[in-house]
Design a protein around this ligand. Structure first.
Ligand SMILES: NC(=O)c1ccc[n+]([C@@H]2O[C@H](COP(=O)([O-])OP(=O)(O)OC[C@H]3O[C@@H](n4cnc5c(N)ncnc54)[C@H](O)[C@@H]3O)[C@@H](O)[C@H]2O)c1
Length: 443
């Protein structure tokens, strides 16, 4: 029996040691799921604070139960370390490091490169390495594997490699890690089989595809589909504005069609680590092949313009009250990129606040999930930290305009509308409010 076949048996007996590199929104839930399935799991992280929290049995991610971390830490199923030498002891290593864009909006795969370099120096025969970070088609085959093979070992015979895209949706109450099917594509059929074996222990359904490139493309198709359809919803919102129609009513009515239509909603712009970023990984790769990804470029342009449109609209609404943006008190309600999370990555609120500040607006914000907001320096504004203000009666009454950017569930929108003078609702958060609707302007 070869070392790789032996690994299959160790996985089935749940004796395989599982490593997870990068303990963020994706990595930490994965650690907990493997621990739940009975595997001894070790997280590898550069950020010593995250390691300290886990070692102390604490969770630092809203969706990950602190009780689970505590329980599996106590039972010895969860460990965490900044010492990458321990990678050598792992049988399966999942890589879940960030894949952002550079300042010039190109893919930044430097985190993947650093992680795989760290693995390479400890690589041994029989290991299975699975890349989960979203990236362009070809990363696993053309970048990841060649670095690992610098060790002198060969993929498919000495060690295995697969790409398995992550589909986690933070704050989703229905779809958790286990009940979202897991797609996986290996470098060889054996790499795929071993990955399926390991993922079957923590996912209800595993979907093998024929190659790592195909698995990489699956993820980009999913998120490009979302970005483009949100782009369409945003453009329809702009059209409805010109036509004097309520886009929310139009979309809700269209969504009653039982087939051939899928509901997407407009908003103040795209946010999060995935939807604004991932399509650019695909269009960048296609550019190198002399192909222009036109749908992606158009959606990126429309979605990227939404914060400007929202800031512009705030100016129009204040103007109707004979108020200039300059000097007006503008309270931004919700700044996280989506409801019920505290994640600020790529949040359109950052752009809206910056644009309003540039025009002299006195901007404050309230977000129950984001106590502090770090604004980068821009124009003649220096970098600054804003603190979430309490949503007091006075804060609502004294604002010249309340702009709802994120529709967090715990905010009492009836009260907001009752107390505020003017509301610009970019999320239809006030859909159910009955009294005072004349004060609301919708996207
Ligand atoms: N957050 C999501 O909802 C989501 C969903 C699907 C896919 N993804 C993808 O998953 C990947 C990870 O995203 P995330 O949201 O978990 O990111 P994150 O920023 O929350 O976590 C990444 C972690 O990796 C650590 N890290 C960076 N380089 C490292 C290295 N060389 N070694 C060890 N640790 C390292 C960071 O300190 C951080 O804690 C990205 O490619 C992302 O696009 C994210």
């Amino acid at each position: 029996m070869t070392r790789l076949q032996e690994l299959g048996d160790r996985i089935d007996r749940r004796e395989a040691r599982i490593g997870v590199v990068g303990l963020g929104y994706v990595g930490l839930p994965l650690v907990v799921e493997f621990a739940k399935a009975g595997f001894r799991t070790t997280g590898f992280e550069l950020d010593g604070e995250k390691v300290r929290q886990l070692k102390a049995g604490r969770s630092y991610i809203e969706d990950v139960s602190a009780d689970d971390v505590k329980k599996f830490r106590a039972s010895g199923h969860i460990d965490a370390t900044t010492d990458f030498a321990e990678l050598a002891e792992m049988d399966v290593i999942n890589v879940c490091v960030p894949t952002p864009l550079t300042k010039t909006k190109d893919p930044d795969v430097s985190f993947i490169v650093r992680a795989v370099e760290d693995i390479k120096t400890r690589l041994r025969a029989g290991q299975l390495i699975i890349l989960g970070s979203t990236t362009y088609p070809g990363t696993t085959h053309e970048l990841f594997v060649p670095i690992l093979e610098q060790s002198g070992l060969q993929v498919g015979t000495d060690f295995s490699v697969a790409f398995a895209p992550e589909r986690i949706d933070p704050a989703n109450k229905t779809f958790k890690v286990r009940n979202v099917p897991k797609v996986v594509g290996g470098e060889t059929p054996l790499c795929t089989d071993l990955s399926v074996k390991v993922f079957e222990k923590i996912f209800d359904t595993v979907v093998p595809v024929s190659s790592s490139q195909s698995a990489e493309m699956v993820k980009l198709l999913e998120n490009t589909f979302r970005a483009i359809n949100i782009g369409l919803a945003n453009e329809v919102a702009l059209m409805c504005d010109k036509l004097g129609l309520d886009v929310w009513e139009v979309i809700d009515a269209a969504a009653t069609k039982p087939y051939g239509y899928m509901k997407f909603q407009p908003g103040p712009g795209l946010g999060g680590h995935c939807i604004p970023v991932d399509p650019t990984y695909l269009s960048w790769k296609m550019k190198a092949l002399n192909f222009t990804a036109r749908f992606i470029e158009l959606a990126t342009e429309i979605n990227g313009h939404m914060p400007d449109y929202v800031a512009e609209k705030c100016g129009h609404i204040l103007n109707e009250e004979r108020l200039p943006v300059n000097g007006s008190g503008i309270l931004v309600l919700g700044v996280a990129y989506k409801p019920d999370v505290g994640d600020m990555r790529e949040s359109p609120a950052l752009d809206v606040i910056r644009l309003l500040q540039e025009r002299g607006g006195r901007v404050s914000y309230h977000d129950p999930h984001v106590p502090e907001l770090h604004l980068e320096g821009h124009g003649h504004h220096e970098a600054a930290v804003l603190k979430s203000v309490d949503l007091t009666d006075d804060a609502l009454r004294s604002a010249d305009l309340v702009v709802i950017i994120t529709n967090h569930a715990e905010v009492d929108y009836d009260r907001v509308v009752r107390l505020a003078g003017r509301i610009y609702d970019t999320r239809n958060a006030c859909a159910k409010v009955k009294e005072g609707r004349e004060k609301i302007r919708k996207l």
